[in-house]
Write a protein that binds this ligand. Sequence first.
Ligand code: SF4
Length: 459
Amino acid sequence: MSQHSESFVAKSTVKAADREHRRKINFNIGKYNSVVPKGKLQFSDVNLAREKAKNQKWKAIETLDKCLENFEAAITKRGAKVIWAEDTAQALEAIGKICAEKNCKTLVKSKSMVTEEIHLNDYLEKQGIESVETDLGEYIQQLDGEPPYHIVTPAMHKSKEDVAKLFAEKLGTDPKLNPEQLTLVAREKLREKYASAEVGVTGANFIIADIGAIAVTENEGNARLSCSMPKTHIVITSIEKVIPSINDLALFWPLLSTFGTGQMVTVYNTIVTGPRQPGEVDGPDEMYVILLDNGRTNILADPKQRESLYCIRCGACLNACPVYKNIGGHAYETPYSGPIGSVITPHLKPLGEWKHLSYASSLCGNCTEVCAVKINLHELLLENRHEAVEEGHSVFVERMAWKMWKQAMLRRSLMNAANGNIKSWLINKIGKAWTRHRSNLDFPKKSFNEQWKEKYGNR
Ligand code: SF4
């Protein structure tokens, strides 16, 4: 068992028994479940819309090299600088260099899972740069010293009372503030930061290949402020976020908002095509776009797993997953949790250390049912398990257990050799893996074969 696997089991065991945690998650996911069906009504045929989105993402991923080159050529013409980063180290080095050139002391940052993936805040802190999260959920998590809990709703596991208590502890506010008052407190603190920050960092929900732009979707206006108020705007995005054309946004924007939050369309949708142009009054002097690979091309090279690059990070599969709803987002110890996280993480990081996530699934298929772009998530989880075994990451005991099971399944006489008492004893006392988290198994006294004969004779 890898260290990550042990930690995952330990954290999951604690969370699965935490009723208060479950209550909060059920409450918040319940609210989500009540609005998503209404959002879906905007599509005359929601399944067709998902199918079309899958086709467009297929097109983008199959021509990823051309799409990215086209994006680079178009956005560079308008003065943006594109930086290709193979891994975390290269991305951080590029950001560090830009910040040093701009003598950056304060940086404002909108919500971006890629920045979580590369641990940007930790890096900036070491460089003596204050990095301020401007999305309210991320701001709450930063105040609490916790990573995001969910890819769309970073503080989903906190109630409004938890947030009021946190603000009181960290900011000295009245612990009885309501959500509106808390939002105003955060807003006041953040406005000062936008004005003083030298650099603004955002992610990109989509990279638009044909016109050379990035699209950012948000509900608070903080991303728009982060990219327009500081003199320098850095976009950090992973390469699979590409869509072929600006025309595709007519489909992807409503799809992302409906599957992400149940809205028909998100409040602020921004298309950024470069830094401020001559004659324009708003926008940064400079814009950099860092295109991060960090293992995506490994997934691209695997024809079976390639489909996972279609993900638009709507978070629907997390909300639908019975495992996620019980153990929560932090047990995964990865920025991408839930079914999609379990699919991609073992390919973005060493498979042997992260294969356990592929087993964090009941394989009920609910994730596949709800996916905005129809990714066959549960089948990819199975494929991950297969690849892990093929690459020799299964342990000796597991291999032996399956061999014995196979032999027994192939020979009726072997299956009948032990009576029910012996089978129960073997599972409950010897094979303790079963009973560690479950009640004892009680095998029938007679085997299935004996019961069949009694009922139907030798038919
Ligand atoms: S895998 Fe599908 S459901 Fe899950 S976040 Fe990505 S697009 Fe949404």
